[in-house]
Design a protein around this ligand. Structure first.
Ligand code: GLY
Ligand code: MN
Ligand code: MN
Length: 438
């Protein structure tokens, strides 16, 4: 598959995980379950990120079992068997033989044999690593297999007696992106930049939010990508609804449009927000607030380098936003006080970003032993400050009401500083106006 890591790269990830787990452990990673949309129609299938990260295997009804140090094979995949009749309806399957040949598994079995084989694999292992609580149906199956081993104790069976959260091992690996992954993330970022540019170009007074969404998602699909999350297209005061999803209103002359959308490419997400005037020209008030958000983004970006606490970016953004709100008269008083009492949260209720990767809100701890963790090369996160003045906020001059602005970019921490993966898209008010005038 274009740009995808090789079978050897996945093998390396599995081996690394097994080393971390130790020889007396067993790791169980089921595929994401299929979800019904209505009757016999399914939601688009998306593989579980952890299974995908270690196999590149896209099919449902599969379980990866890692048994470090096992003589007869350490990496086992249970998956659907080939079935010409079903494949004629649903498309090709890899099948157990293919899983060994193409995916580099030591062994593979039909998924229907899981019930028979798994208790034997659990027996004699001390520790089970598994994501408890992610898929209740599978949780119950696993408990059933454990109970089958426990029932054999008098015959000498040794059931596992430690149950550990798989995320502890997996998440730290996924947090630091490899060169293979960064290739895909750059691609997701490039596609998303092109999509946002297409939406900006298509903007005109009277356009419906869904028309702009269509422009974006057309570009995603044209590049073999899909939305990494539901695209948010909010005109006017809809921009103040953080998880707006109706995307059906009409943008009127003078409105800003906030678009928060990103492509998922080969499982990797981009996450971009831009806020632009539908008629191509910012009003004085829109421009002033946009500049405050821009200053917050620059302040956060200045903290994006190895050794700096992750939280420093948010603190810098909050300071810049609060300072701007005071200067424009939306808040009153002294900067330190308004930061300390959290009054800025009325206009900035969210955090300044999150890890980004296979999941748009990617895995990885933000704090370690109570302290903000330090940035390291290979981490990717978003910087997304915003300001949202509710349409009914009578505490501020009417001219500010109903303006919502967010600017969001994707940032890779490098050895010497950072790289903005989404830098190709107009960002400041001047850049946006110049781009839209073309
Ligand atoms: N699009 C989701 C987020 O910005 O976090
Ligand atoms: Mn985000
Ligand atoms: Mn976003």
């Amino acid at each position: 598959m274009a740009g995808a890591p090789s079978a050897t790269a996945y093998q390396k990830r599995r081996r690394q995980l097994m080393r971390m787990a130790g020889d007396d452990a067993i790791l169980v990673l089921p595929a994401a379950p299929e979800r019904i949309r209505s009757r016999d129609t399914h939601h688009p299938y998306r593989q579980d990120s952890d299974l995908w990260y270690r196999t590149g295997f896209a099919e449902p009804e599969a379980v990866l079992v890692l048994v470090p140090g096992r003589q007869h094979g350490e990496t086992l995949l249970f998956c659907r068997e080939r079935d010409p009749e079903r494949e004629a309806w649903d498309g090709p399957r890899v099948g157990p033989e293919g899983a060994v040949d193409a995916l580099g598994m030591d062994d593979a079995y039909p998924i229907d044999d899981l019930d028979e084989i798994l208790p034997g694999l659990l027996e004699g292992r001390t520790r089970v690593y598994y994501h408890f609580g992610r898929d209740t149906e599978f949780d119950l199956q696993l408990i059933g297999w454990l109970n089958r081993v426990r029932a054999q104790v008098r015959l000498g069976a040794q059931p596992p007696h430690e149950f550990l959260e798989l995320g502890h091992l997996l998440d730290e690996m996924r947090l630091i992106k490899t060169a293979d992954e960064l290739k895909l993330m750059r691609r997701a970022a490039r596609i998303s930049v092109e999509a946002h540019a297409a939406a900006m170009r298509a903007a005109r007074p009277g356009v419906r939010e869904y028309e702009l969404q269509a422009e974006l998602e057309y570009v995603f699909r044209r590049h073999d990508a899909a939305p990494a999350y539901e695209s948010i297209v909010g005109a006017g005061a809809n921009a103040c609804v953080l998880h707006y999803r109706a995307n059906a209103a009409q943008a009127r002359d003078g409105d800003l449009v906030l678009i928060d959308a990103g492509a998922e490419y080969r499982g990797y997400a981009a996450d971009i927000t831009r806020t632009f005037p539908v008629n191509g020209r910012f009003t004085a008030e829109q421009r002033a607030l946009h500049a405050v958000v821009e200053s917050a983004q620059q302040a956060a970006l200045a903290q994006a380098r190895p050794g700096v606490p992750y939280e420093a970016g948010h603190s810098a953004a909050v300071e810049a936003l609060t300072d701007g709100l005071l200067r424009l008269g939306l808040l009153k008083g002294r900067l330190e006080k308004r930061i300390a009492d959290g009054s800025y949260k009325r206009y900035y209720p969210h955090k300044t970003g999150h890890w980004l990767g296979l999941d748009v809100h990617d895995v990885g701890d933000y704090r370690i032993e109570g302290e903000s963790r330090l940035l390291e090369p290979g981490m990717v996160y978003t910087i997304e400050p915003g300001l949202y003045v509710p349409a009914d906020d009578t505490s501020v001059d009417a001219k500010w009401r109903g303006i919502g602005i967010r600017t969001e970019d994707d940032v890779l921490v490098t050895r010497t500083g950072h790289e903005v993966l989404t830098a190709g898209l107009a960002r400041t008010a001047d850049e946006i106006e110049a781009f839209m005038a073309r």
